[in-house]
Each structure stands twice: as structure tokens, then as C-alpha cells.
Design a protein around this ligand. Structure first.
Ligand code: ADP
Length: 799
């Protein structure tokens, strides 16, 4: 968007013009500034160097003359003491003075009448003799001055016989007596400027300058080097006084500086070149990219036209005047409004006229605001098409910089959203409709996310649990569960998310729920998983089964009552056998009591413990029969216990044996080795087994046991891993007429039968989670068998 804005706001031509002007001004200013700066720096640099060279020359000359004076004065002192020194001696001493410093032309000894007594013509320096001090008027004046002042004097610049300029330095040789100081002569040294200056001043010091030396305004030395000079403005001079003479050094920098200056200028040009190249490159790049953007090939134009044509709406460019006359509209205008592109672009149709009168003001306000803030705008409003249809449209536009007659221009895109809006309305309605359905169902419907937080809670759920949706929204669903369910729920859910293993999804199960007031109630919960925007959600449908449970409990209670009645009935029928069973131990007790009495009368007390032991054994036998009878007559105790099914059937066998014996039938017990623990109501399950045994025995008795007198009671683990208890008789088999109604109450073939034994047995077995079946026994008789779930250690069977 930003780049578009840039492109629209500044035309490429304007951008290039601005770039060029800015670049030009900037470059010119930069060049002027740098040249000025370098010029100033150069000047200051040259001035500084020249001044320091001048100062250096001054110091060197002053120091040199001073040192020469000192050594000449010392020599004059030595000369004064050794007036009669030999020529050789004098030559030796003067030579050491001569060579102590470079630049001496000659060193001589004048007597007080200025006659040269001794002079040191240095070998190869014979011209020194031409420098006849004694006959130079200016030299004579200096000698006189030295004589009068009795101090060292330097002559004005003198010409040698060869025309070379030089200086004479006179140092009086003073013979000091206690009363006076008498001049005995002079030590005179001559220095010629040309070799002197070159010997005193190092070459490097004046290499870059032309040096001119003046003494008392007489030019005494000038460099002979023919060089060009930078400018007179850089001339530097320094003056100083040596022994009353004004020495002046003039320095002018020479062209040795030029390479340095050229280097600087060259560097400057490189920098400027780089800068200019940068600006030129930038300008060219801008020009090229602007041209590339604006110069559309025919293909591009074709593609653009096609693109505009395919747009699901109308692209436009319009004046922001009253009624928004269009400058350009894409072909989509026809489909959108029914009016042609030509009509819009020739202003026969004005967009503003199509806007629904009720929306017109709002549209104008939004666009004007966008113009003021220079922002994009988005609008939804109605237009009236050529066919007088009202269509809802969506517009997105942007004010662009004015390019025509200072009018503001808007560019944008308009599309018909009537059907989208309608779909949205339909969707909302269908959503509301679904919500209404969910709210009106009789079951509670609760949605949770994968963190267990409640996301929806229909009306029934609100009534069932006593919470409003706002109270439970985003709260963990375990708020609706009592312990221990609530403690484990998060763990179950997290485990499911990872492993996808669950027992509840798709199955449904009966659980206990908790209301807001803390009371609990039984529910049936079925859960299904849904995916909402790739997030896992769970929908729980909850049925309050309180009423169902009450009815079930009532039915169970009825069954229990009937079962009790059936048990009493069976016991009544078994009374003869039971009486016989009790009678036997009682008879034995009576016999043993009599025997005991006899033994005690005869004094055979040692036999009595054995007799009492036997009495006790038979009493326990009678007691256990009564205990079993008592157990079977118990009513209402429905507590379950974990018990081995072998014990269950063993007890029943004992109870049934009394009756079996009366009929001469024997009961065979067949057990298995595996774990056959079951979680059952002992009395009820034993009632079932007893029923089956008694039915079998009755069936065998009814045919006078012609197929045999053995009835089998056996236990095994079946293919479904349940305990299976079966009673196999050899009676007459199930009458065909009874096959369909065997488990229906009150269906019996017996004279005194009640016909409820099997139906009660079925109810009891099913209530324990098992099934009861029958089949024919081969070759004769019937098999009745029922199953019970095995009780695994540690896992409660009825949860
Ligand atoms: P009742 O024993 O009082 O008749 P039940 O419900 O126990 O009531 O038995 C219903 C009927 O099923 C019996 O009357 C009998 O006809 C038939 N029946 C039950 N067990 C057997 C069996 N082992 N062999 C043949 N018929 C049987």
C-alpha cells in the first residue's frame, strides 16, 4: 500500500526533477564548501610551515654566531697570553678553531695597526688572501670600533676581491695589566655568506623555500635555485639582531608544496566524483524504474484490462465532487449497476445518483473524513440499479493526490455483497435455530473444549444443574461432578487427548452428577467429539435418570419380593428333606447322649470326651442346615460381596442335597482351576442355582429317573471370559410348548408350580450383568446355564 501511495502521490517526472535539483544544489554546495575548506587549510598549513622554518633559521643563525663569538673570544684570550707563540703553534690552534665549525673562510691575526701578522690560508682556499681586510674601508671602520670599544665587532657585509659577500668578525686581543687593558691586536675571522648559510642551515629545512637574507637591509644571501613559487602572499619574514646588526630572513614557499596540494585536490575530486555518481545513479534509477512502471507494454495493458474485467466488482477512479462523477470505471460496472462503462465515464450516469437516499449522507461523511485524514475508507451501503433493484455493496477507496484541475480524486473498488449478507443472515438464523433446538431438547447438552472448560450449556443443562451459562462459561466441567469423578476428570481428558483411548466416547455410561446446591443425582452421559476450527471439542448429552433409577429400584424391589416368596415357597417344598436333614443329627445326638449317660453311670468317664465331641459335631451339622435355610429366607439385604463361585455352588449343593437324597438323585459338582471370583448378592445367585437344580431334579423325578439319577452342577470360564454356571439334568427335556415362554412369569407345566422361578432367575442374573440360557442335553434332558462377570482384583465390578 505504501509503495502505491508513493507512486500515486509523486509522478515520476516530478520526482526526477526534484532529485536533480536537490542533487545539483547539494553537489555545488559541497564542492564550494570543500574547496574553500581545503584552500583555507592549505594556506594555514603553508603559513605555519613557513613561519616555523623562519623561526628555525633565526634560532640556528643566532646560536651559530654566538658560538663562533665565544670560541673566537677564547682564542683571542689564548693569543693574548701566548704573544710569542710560534707560527706552528698558532697555526695549530687556529686550525682547530677553523675546523671546529664549518663556514669559516679564514682566520687571521692583525696587530694593533691592523697589519695582518698571521693568517690561516687554508689549503685550497687561497682566495681568502684576496679578502684584504686591512684595506677595506668598511673593515677598517669596524676594526677601529673594536679597538675603541675593546670588544668584538662584526663588520657590515663586505665584498671580497672576487665579489663574494662576507662578514668579518673582529675580536680584540687584550693584554690585561693591573692598571689597564691594552689591545695587542685582533683575531679576525671571515665568513662568506654563501658557504656559511649552507653549512649552518640544514638542507631539508629550506628545501621547500626560497631563502633571502638581509643584514641592515642589504641583501647578503639568496637561494640560486630557480623554482616557481606558490604565491607572494605566503611570504614569511623574521628579523633579529646580532651584535647591533639587523638580520632579516625572507622565506617564500616553493613549488615543493604543489604535489601535496595536488594530492589533496585529487582526493577532493574523487570524493566529489563518488558523490555525484551516487546522485546520478539514483536519478537514473528513479527515472528507469518510473519509466518501467509507467511504460506498459501492449501485453501488460491486455492483462490489466483482462484483470479488471474479471474483478468481482467495479474498480473506479472518480472526482470527489457532488455525486461523484467517474473518471474511469472497469467493465464490472454493468453487472453491478446495469449501466455501461461509457455512461459513467461520459458522466451521463453519476455514481452519487445511484446511492440509496437514506445512505447518501453517511457515504459522503465517511469519504470526506478519509480525505481530511488521507486514509483508506471502507463502506457498506445500498445502491439502486438500472432495474430499480436495491443492492447492498461494499466499497473500499482511497483519496489520491490531486492531478486534474486541483480536484481530489478517489480510487477504489466496489463489489456487490447482497448475497453474502443474505448468507450471513441465513447463517445467523440457522445458528439461532440450532441453538433453539439445542435449548429445547429434554437432555442437557454441554460442550467443552480440550481443556475441559465449558463452552456451551443449554437451557436443560441450566435447569438440571442450577447454574446459568454465564456462571459456568469457561469453568472446568468437573464442577458438575461429585468426587471421585471430579478428581480424575482432568487426567482422563488429558490422557484421551494424547492416546485417543476412551471408554466413554460413543458408548455412554451411567454416572453421578452434582448440582449447584451440592446434591447429586444419577445421569446417563454420552459424549461425542467434534472439531471446531481444528480444535477438539466434546459434546456431552446428559439424561437425568433419577426417575428411571427409582422405577428400576422399585422393579428390583418387586423382584426381590417375588424372589423372597419364591425362596420361601421352595423352602416349604424342601421342608421334608430339610426336616430329614436335621432329624439325622438330632437322632445321633439323642443316641450319643444316651450312651454318654450309660458311660457315666458305669463310671467310664474316660469315654465321655469322645461322646461330647460327637454330640457337638452333629449339633453343628444340624445348625449349618438351619443356617442355610435362614439365609435363604432373608429378605431385603441386597449387599454384594466378592465370593468364589465354587463356594457359592458348594453351599447350594449342600442345601439341595437333602431333597436330592429323598429322590435318590445325586448331585455331581464339577469345578475349574481358574479364578472364578464374582461380585454378587450371594442369596440371590444361590436362589438361581437352587431353582435350576430343583427344576432339573423335578424333571428327572417326573420320568422316574429313567435316564439316570445324576444331576451335574458345573463351573467353567467361557469364551467371553465370564464365569458360566450350568445345571445339566437327564430329565424329559424342555416341553416344546414352553420354549418361547420359559422365562415368562407364571408359565408352568407343573400342577403345583408357580411359574415364576425362571423369570425371577433371569431378572437376578441380568441385574448382575449376566445372561441365562438353556439348551437340550444329549441324549436326554436339559441344560440351564447362566453367566456372571469375573471379578478382577482391585477393579470394582459395578462402576
Ligand atoms: P415352576 O417350576 O414353578 O413351574 P419355573 O419358572 O421354575 O416354574 O419353570 C417353568 C417351567 O419350565 C416348568 O413348569 C417346566 O415345564 C419347565 N422347566 C423348567 N426347568 C426344566 C427342566 N430342567 N426340564 C424340563 N422342563 C423344565
Amino acid at each position: 500500500m505504501e509503495s502505491d501511495k508513493w507512486r500515486i502521490s509523486f509522478s515520476p517526472q516530478v520526482a526526477i526533477l526534484w532529485y536533480s535539483v536537490i542533487a545539483g544544489i547539494f553537489s555545488a554546495s559541497l564542492i564550494a564548501f570543500i574547496v574553500l575548506y581545503i584552500e583555507t587549510q592549505e594556506r594555514a598549513h603553508i603559513d605555519r610551515v613557513t613561519q616555523s622554518v623562519a623561526d628555525g633559521i633565526k634560532t640556528l643563525l643566532e646560536e651559530d654566531i654566538h658560538r663562533r663569538m665565544v670560541s673566537l673570544t677564547e682564542f683571542s684570550g689564548v693569543s693574548a697570553i701566548s704573544n710569542n707563540m710560534s707560527d706552528d703553534e698558532w697555526e695549530l690552534l687556529s686550525k682547530s678553531l677553523y675546523y671546529s665549525k664549518q663556514g669559516y673562510h679564514s682566520i687571521g691575526w692583525l696587530d694593533s695597526s691592523f697589519n695582518v701578522r698571521r693568517i690561516l690560508p687554508i689549503e685550497g682556499n687561497e682566495t681568502s688572501v684576496d679578502f684584504d681586510l686591512a684595506f677595506q674601508p668598511l673593515a677598517l671602520l669596524s676594526e677601529l670600533k673594536s679597538q675603541q670599544q675593546k670588544s668584538a665587532v662584526i663588520t657590515v657585509p663586505l665584498n671580497s676581491l672576487e665579489g663574494k659577500l662576507g662578514l668579518g668578525i673582529y675580536v680584540p686581543v687584550l693584554k690585561t695589566t693591573p692598571s689597564s687593558r691594552k689591545i695587542e691586536g685582533f683575531i679576525v675571522s671571515v665568513i662568506l655568506f654563501d658557504p656559511y648559510i649552507k653549512s649552518v642551515l640544514p638542507t631539508y629545512l629550506i628545501a621547500e623555500h626560497k631563502l633571502t637574507l638581509f643584514i641592515d637591509e642589504q641583501k647578503v644571501y639568496s637561494d640560486q635555485i630557480n623554482q616557481s613559487y606558490i604565491s607572494n602572499a605566503s611570504n614569511r619574514q623574521t628579523s633579529f639582531e646580532i651584535m647591533g646588526q639587523r638580520w632579516q630572513v625572507n622565506l617564500m614557499p616553493n613549488s615543493e608544496f604543489r604535489p601535496f596540494t595536488l594530492f589533496r585536490m585529487f582526493s577532493l575530486l574523487i570524493v566529489l566524483g563518488i558523490l555525484l555518481s551516487f546522485f546520478i545513479t539514483l536519478a537514473v534509477y528513479t527515472l528507469m524504474s518510473a519509466r518501467n512502471k509507467t511504460k506498459l507494454t501492449k501485453d501488460d495493458l491486455k492483462k490489466t484490462a483482462q484483470l479488471l474485467k474479471n474483478l468481482p466488482g467495479m474498480a473506479y477512479q472518480a472526482f470527489n465532487r457532488t455525486n461523484r462523477p467517474m473518471i474511469f470505471v472497469s467493465e464490472g460496472c454493468k453487472l453491478l449497476t446495469g449501466h455501461s462503462k461509457k455512461q459513467f465515464e461520459k458522466h451521463n450516469i453519476l455514481w452519487g445518483k445511484l446511492i440509496h437516499p437514506r445512505d447518501y449522507q453517511r457515504v459522503c461523511q465517511t469519504i470526506n473524513h478519509a480525505l481530511k485524514t488521507n486514509r483508506l475508507f471502507e463502506l457498506e451501503y445500498r445502491i439502486i440499479t438500472k432495474n430499480n433493484d436495491v443492492r447492498l455493496i461494499w466499497e473500499r477507496g482511497e483519496p489520491v493526490s490531486s492531478i486534474v484541475n486541483d480536484d481530489f480524486i478517489i480510487e477504489g473498488f466496489i463489489t456487490d455483497i447482497t448475497s453474502i449478507k443474505q448468507a450471513e443472515v441465513d447463517l445467523l438464523q440457522s445458528y439461532a435455530f440450532s441453538e433453539a433446538i439445542v435449548d429445547s431438547v429434554v437432555d442437557a447438552v454441554i460442550t467443552i473444549n480440550n481443556n475441559g472448560q465449558i463452552q456451551s450449556f443449554n437451557n436443560t443443562a441450566q435447569n438440571m444443574f442450577g447454574y446459568s451459562f454465564d456462571e459456568v462459561k469457561d469453568i472446568n466441567v468437573k464442577i458438575l461432578m461429585p468426587q471421585p469423578y471430579s478428581d480424575h476428570h482432568d487426567q482422563y481428558l488429558a490422557q484421551y487427548i494424547v492416546t485417543n483411548e476412551t471408554h466413554i466416547i460413543g458408548n455412554g455410561r451411567e454416572l453421578v452428577a452434582k448440582r449447584k446446591d451440592g446434591t447429586t443425582f444419577p445421569i446417563h452421559l454420552s459424549v461425542s467429539e467434534i472439531h471446531n476450527n481444528e480444535k477438539k471439542m466434546f459434546v456431552g448429552v446428559i439424561k437425568d435418570i433419577t426417575q428411571q433409577r427409582t422405577l428400576e429400584n422399585e422393579a428390583i424391589s418387586h423382584i426381590e419380593q417375588m424372589a423372597h416368596a419364591d425362596r420361601l415357597n421352595a423352602l416349604g417344598e424342601m421342608a421334608a428333606g430339610i426336616a430329614h436333614e436335621i432329624n439325622q443329627p438330632l437322632t445321633a445326638i439323642s443316641l450319643f447322649s444316651q450312651t454318654g449317660k450309660n458311660f457315666s453311670e458305669k463310671g467310664k468317664f474316660e469315654r465321655l470326651p469322645e461322646i461330647f465331641e460327637k454330640i457337638s459335631l452333629h449339633a453343628r451339622r444340624a445348625g449349618s442346615v438351619l443356617e442355610r435355610v435362614q439365609l435363604m429366607t432373608r429378605q431385603g439385604d441386597r449387599s454384594k460381596e466378592v465370593i468364589a463361585s465354587t463356594i457359592l455352588i458348594d453351599e447350594v449343593k449342600k442345601l439341595a442335597e437333602s431333597e436330592a437324597r429323598l429322590c435318590d438323585i445325586s448331585i455331581q459338582l464339577l469345578t475349574c482351576k481358574e479364578n472364578t471370583n464374582v461380585f454378587v448378592d450371594r442369596v440371590q445367585i444361590q436362589q438361581v442355582i437352587l431353582n435350576l437344580l430343583r427344576n432339573g431334579m423335578e424333571a428327572m423325578q417326573s420320568i422316574a429317573c429313567k435316564n439316570g439319577a445324576l444331576i451335574k452342577l458345573q463351573i467353567r470360564i467361557n469364551a467371553e471370559n465370564n464365569v458360566e454356571i450350568s445345571v445339566v439334568d437327564t430329565g424329559g427335556g424342555i416341553p416344546k410348548t414352553m420354549i418361547d415362554t420359559l422365562f415368562t412369569p407364571f408359565s408352568t407345566t407343573k400342577k403345583n408350580g408357580t411359574g415364576i422361578g425362571l423369570s425371577i432367575s433371569k431378572s437376578i442374573v441380568e441385574e448382575h450383568g449376566g445372561h441365562i440360557h438353556f439348551s437340550d442335553n444329549k441324549p436326554a434332558g436339559a441344560i440351564f446355564y447362566f453367566t456372571l462377570p469375573i471379578h478382577e482384583e482391585g477393579i470394582p465390578n459395578d462402576k
